[in-house]
Design a protein around this ligand. Structure first.
Ligand SMILES: [Fe+2]
Length: 202
């Protein structure tokens, strides 16, 4: 095993710790989502990416981030998810939020944004994993898309996911969403602001 090269930024390390605790608690032994998540967290243990010097890049939808964090940190939400939300909130002032490059519809463009925490352009820049967040206004559909790496989603607020082998699904308080490599998938918010974390072993 390679030696870790440097230490994660303390706030990044706290976020990774909270995220791994939550994801491994919700991913059944032997499941595809557990295998994918283990790949991501093992890589994060072995290597540390370069610290970003970029400054925060807000988008119109960031106006609802406090609402999303309030929902995510509501005391009725599961403690492990609230732990991820708290660690995420500590990193939020450093995030570079961006709409999807292909988002041409102005209403959708202003109603969502993605931010990379660990990965290309992230707070910790690296090429072997992507751990990021999607923020959406209420009643927003994030349209069909696909990408070669498999993907695990941890919902921090209510929301629904769809993929080509799964009907629209709310993962609920104990669930995760898993998208196999290359599958077409989508997600949508309901009545509340939407915040979810995604993990991809690249
Ligand atoms: Fe995706």
């Amino acid at each position: 095993m390679q030696e870790a090269q440097g230490r994660h930024d303390p706030a990044v390390a706290a976020f990774l710790g909270a995220l791994e605790a939550a994801v491994t608690a919700y991913a059944a032994d032997g499941s595809e989502e557990r295998r994918a998540a283990v790949r991501v967290f093992d890589r994060c243990r072995r290597l540390t990416g370069a610290a970003s010097t970029a400054t925060a890049l807000p988008q119109p939808v960031c106006a609802i981030l406090p609402d999303a964090l309030a929902v995510a940190r509501d005391g009725r939400r599961p403690a492990l998810r609230r732990g991820v939300a708290a660690a995420f909130a500590a990193l939020a002032p450093r995030l570079q939020w961006r709409p999807r490059a292909s988002a041409t519809d102005p209403a959708f463009r202003d109603a969502h944004a993605n931010a990379m925490l660990l990965g290309p352009g992230g707070i910790e820049a690296r090429e072997d994993v992507q751990i990021g967040a999607t923020l959406m206004a209420p009643n927003t559909l994030y349209p069909n898309h696909s990408h070669p790496p498999e993907e695990v989603y941890l919902a921090l607020t209510p929301g629904e996911w769809w993929n080509a082998r799964m009907d629209w699904t709310d993962p609920g308080p104990d669930g995760l969403i898993y998208n196999p490599p290359g599958i077409i998938h989508a997600m949508r918010s309901g009545r509340s602001a939407f915040l979810a974390i995604w993990l991809l072993p690249v």
